[in-house]
Design a protein around this ligand. Sequence first.
Ligand code: NAD
Length: 479
Amino acid sequence: MNVAQPQYDRARLTPGIVHIGVGNFHRAHMAVYLDDLFALGESHDWAILGAGVRPADAAMRSALKTQNCLSTVIELDPQGRRARRGGAMVDFIEVDPSNAPLIKAMCRPEIRIVSMTVTEGGYFIDPATGELDPTKPEIVADSRNPDRPATAFGAIIAALRSRRAAGIPPFAVLSCDNLRSNGHCARAATVGLARLSDSSLADWIASNVSFPNTMVDRITPATGTRERAMAAAFGLAEDPAPVTCEPFRQWVMEDQFPSGRPALEKVGVVFTDRVHAFETMKIRILNGGHAIIAYPAGIKSIEYVHEATANQTITAFLDRVLTNEILPIVPPPAGQDLFEYQRQTLKRFRNPEIADTVRRLCFDGSNRQPQFIIPSIRDNLDKGVMPRGLILESALWCRYCYGIDERGQTIEPNDPCWNALTAAARAAKENPERWIGMRTIYGELADNRQFVGAFADALHLVWSQGVNAAMLRYLENTV
Ligand code: NAD
């Protein structure tokens, strides 16, 4: 099968970006956008130097170095898979516990962006304050040893210190992690950590370094046997680290790059000062939509997301809740048609090639519901609308956390707070207020009698008639 190769002379590329955390997502997202841009003959001084601060990154480095830093990316299009060898990365910096090679590379004047995908945990942010948590052991260690940092942010601070001393303008720090206001999180981590050892440097960073917020989107599974077999079918069995991903991708960011940036707008990246509006759209429709199908599917023992979307009642439930209760309260970002986004979202859920699991979507409701569902409930109530579909979704989450599905099978723990959730779900079967009374999740909604009554009705319906009948009743009543 055909594998697309870089359509430009890689030998003529020069680096402009250091990327920390070369996982699957980076290679399926940012590196693909740059590969497309280079193929247009544009921005050839913005190639990527791969980097990492963890031992696993050394393994990725040796894997990629065996193939001249080319990355295999297979797009899982249901109409037919497509493979490419992305060439945007030209080298991978040596991974060393002191991070000296990384710091040295970030001091090179031609490096004007340091980007990262270091996962949510890599920011050490205290969710209660939105600021750096100074008690984390890694942060304590880096604040005591700023010249031998172990974290990505410690290394960034060391490089910024050297650049300031040498009179080299700072680079922009570009977070590509799936965090709301990820630029603010990167700023909080960098300035907060610098302040623990050098407050004048912290002030200088706060005034001189830009941290654009970005919204990133592309489902990129971890690589396992199935993905390796796909690579082998393209004649790439020797590739030690192939990546697969859905065809859809989106990247929205603030245009805050004082030292310049690649012309990414030429390959579909949206530059806007309203990234927050795109994040809201994604969280309420895509992530909210995932939650709406996850729990009925989980209770009905459905394994894969595309199987859940083949169930007509679940799809009708999703469609109705999105159309009647979510789209009306989401302000559309400029140039974005929410109905088209909804249509596209359902198409993405239906893609059988991704083999995304219902269990993954059901995971961590205690953290996800307050972000993905409860704000939509609140917004409807504020408008005087009782969002019965979203309330049924909440009742289905409660029913799922009971821990036994409709076939009588045990649902294995699927939340960091699983034991507390299960206890509340069991008590709620008789007394629904025990569920809504979880104030860390429902907040002041626990005091809204109409909401509590509607939740009790929904939960009663689910227990007395089953999940399918509960969804059908909602669909009949909202026609
Ligand atoms: P991955 O496991 O393939 O790679 C994770 C990378 O992060 C590795 O390089 C690892 O060394 C590094 N890392 C992990 N913890 C770190 C830490 N504490 N400090 C520094 N580096 C650390 O995962 P992935 O699929 O590439 O996803 C990475 C991130 O990308 C996600 O956490 C998410 O924020 C974002 N993202 C992923 C997807 C997706 O579908 N995979 C979609 C959108 C956004």
